[in-house]
Design a protein around this ligand. Structure first.
Ligand SMILES: Nc1ncnc2c1ncn2[C@@H]1O[C@H](COP(=O)(O)OP(=O)(O)OP(=O)(O)O)[C@@H](O)[C@H]1O
Length: 302
């Protein structure tokens, strides 16, 4: 059997048990209907996006349409352009050509300072928690981008600011319960095992109640068990809140199990886009991964 076919099939078959039960009582807002798959009303779109760094083409005329409520993975070999694509969506980079459409609005460069208000929140590949703050305070901090009071406004409207603070803590506690993190709410974030810290990052992103959640390698460095738990929480998030999820992830097995659709990049070009089954059997995808050492379930090369 072809090396990559084997890798894709072998890693893609293990079912991921749901890590959490659906808890409607913990939902922070009503879930819109989930419509996975092609949809004319894409919530997020890239239209002919190209980006280069000097002579290096990172993205080459990439189109992408992400439907409301779908879990969409972006995969590809190292250097394929995955991070560049997330950075274009989150406004870190301005593409040389093309547009990003969020809801009905089109941007030459997405305004990073208004990202949360546009309904988009991202996590980062490397942990970016305040290690000396409690888990609860870290999650409350995730609300900071969405509250209305500015610093001066807070002085002028101390009452409003206090209400917003109380509201943020209440929402943070609900999210912690949703992600089974209640028991560690008062622990210093830096003292938690790595897998739990990654889950706290997810909590901090969710407290902003994003319409679109961008996850940059949410399972990097995790054990197989932690990956399965995280996949369960991502799925539960979509189930409870109707959140659209766009994720970059290197573990093909997890991606195949978790995603509704997968876009595959290679040398900056989108070479495939479809269901896990379509992508798994796509010859261009198999060829792109030729010679790449697949990761085993613990993230190490095999
Ligand atoms: N800031 C930068 N300056 C110069 N070149 C860059 C920069 N960012 C990315 N590149 C180049 O653009 C191409 C795409 O990189 P990108 O990081 O988007 O790929 P990737 O698929 O995320 O890779 P990986 O899986 O290794 O993280 C690569 O050739 C990379 O070297």
């Amino acid at each position: 059997m072809h090396a990559m076919t084997y890798a894709l099939e072998g890693l893609g078959t293990a079912p991921i048990p749901p890590a959490v039960q659906h808890r409607p009582d913990l939902a922070v807002k009503a879930a819109p209907p989930v419509r996975a798959g092609e949809s004319p009303d894409a919530q997020l779109k890239l239209d002919g996006v190209s980006l280069s760094f000097g002579g290096v083409t990172a993205l080459d005329n990439v189109d992408l349409a992400v439907s409301r409520g779908e879990i969409r993975a972006i995969i590809g070999p190292n250097g394929a352009g995955k991070s560049s694509l997330i950075n274009v969506i989150s406004g870190v980079y301005r593409p040389d050509r093309g547009r990003v459409l969020i809801g009905g609005d089109s941007y030459a460069q997405v305004p990073t300072d208004r990202l949360a208000r546009l309904g988009i929140v991202r996590t980062f590949q490397n942990l970016a928690l305040f290690k000396g703050l409690s888990v609860l305070d870290n999650v409350v901090a995730g609300r900071a981008y969405t509250v209305r009071s500015t610093f001066l406004g807070q002085i002028a409207r101390i009452g409003t600011a206090r209400r917003e603070e109380a509201d943020a803590r209440e929402r943070a506690r609900r999210i912690l319960a949703f992600l089974n993190l209640e028991d560690v709410a008062d622990r210093l974030a830096g003292t938690l095992p790595y897998g739990l810290q990654k889950r706290v990052e997810l909590a901090r992103a969710l407290v902003a109640e994003p319409d679109v959640l961008l996850l940059d390698e949410p399972m990097a460095g995790m054990t197989a068990t932690e990956k399965k738990e995280m996949a369960g929480f991502v799925r539960a998030t979509r189930g409870a809140h109707g959140t659209t999820v766009v994720l970059i992830e290197h573990d093909i097995g997890v991606v195949m199990e978790l995603s509704d659709r997968i876009a595959v990049l290679d040398y900056g070009r989108k070479i495939a886009d479809g269901t896990p089954e379509e992508v798994r059997t796509d010859q261009k995808v198999i060829d792109a991964y030729l010679g790449v050492v697949p990761e085993n379930e613990d993230g190490a090369g095999i």
